[in-house]
Design a protein around this ligand. Structure first.
Ligand code: MN
Length: 268
């Protein structure tokens, strides 16, 4: 039997969560658990709680029909609590989502949805992060992305290399209008960053982070290009090997001179 952990960054009350849980429970021979934050953590990145206690309340309603906890901490906290304490056994896979809104390109660096999946990989458990282009709606609106997640969960159990991370984005259009499915690379940053300056109600200067999503060019083969073309995008992400090897080679001749300048010369 497979043990699946479901989490997200939109919180335990996200309309997409029941759809995902329902879809995963239709798979054969699985047991599903939900451990999700009590409030929204979108763009909360890979935060963890270390200075305060974290609380986990078992849900007293049966809205998911499976064991479920609401957690006072971040998505990454949820994965840690689930893997190391709450679940009766170690999960075989974590499914994070369905996020209300895409997580494309550099979004994955800010996304709590992807951070939960990364946390899972750090714990040695493979993970799937799934996001929809739809930013609001009812549970029924997320039935198709939920089906995508369940189908990929089934296929991904056969991936030979462990642990892996798949980042999936599903366009917000009817199934009949989808243009296909593409395995992609992460695209470059799709936004032009802007900071808007204003005043708060007390007259104090304040700032709003904003973006201009106008960068039209999305390279072929990237997640951005795929969803813009109306395709489901699936990107395998590397988590641990982020060393820039080329720069490491370029830097290595400086070891000796740095040693001389910092550790030998100029002591007084
Ligand atoms: Mn979110």
């Amino acid at each position: 039997m497979q043990t699946l952990l479901v989490t997200n960054d939109d919180g335990i009350d996200s309309p997409a969560l029941p759809a995902l849980v329902h879809s995963l429970t239709t798979l054969e021979d699985v047991e599903v658990f939900v451990v999700a934050p009590e409030h929204e953590w979108s763009a909360g990145g890979h935060a963890i709680t270390i200075r305060h206690p974290v609380y986990a309340d078992a849900l007293d309603d049966d809205r998911f029909g499976v064991g479920a906890w609401s957690v006072s901490g971040s998505p990454a906290d949820c994965v840690k609590l689930a893997v190391y304490s709450l679940l009766p056994r170690r999960p075989d896979m974590v499914v994070s989502g369905i996020n209300l809104g895409y997580n494309l390109a550099t979004d994955v660096l800010y996304s709590g949805t992807v951070a939960a999946a990364i946390e899972s990989v750090l714990a040695g458990v493979p993970a799937l992060a799934i996001s929809s282009g739809r930013v609001d709606g009812t549970s029924g609106d997320y039935a198709f992305p939920a089906q995508v997640a369940a189908t990929m969960t089934e296929i991904a159990t056969h991936i030979p290399q462990n642990p892996w991370l798949l980042n999936i984005n599903v366009p917000d259009r009817p199934r009949s209008e989808l243009a296909g499915i593409e395995f992609t690379e992460l695209g470059p940053c799709p936004y032009e960053d802007k900071v808007l300056v204003g005043e708060d109600h007390a007259g104090r200067r304040c700032y709003h982070l904003a973006v201009d999503p106008s960068r039209e060019v999305a390279e072929e083969g990237t997640d951005l290009a795929a969803v813009r073309a109306g395709k489901i995008s699936i990107t395998p992400l590397e988590v641990l090997r982020i060393t820039q090897s080329h720069l490491l080679k370029w830097l290595s001749p400086f070891e000796e001179s740095l040693h001389r300048r910092l550790l030998e010369e100029g002591e007084s």
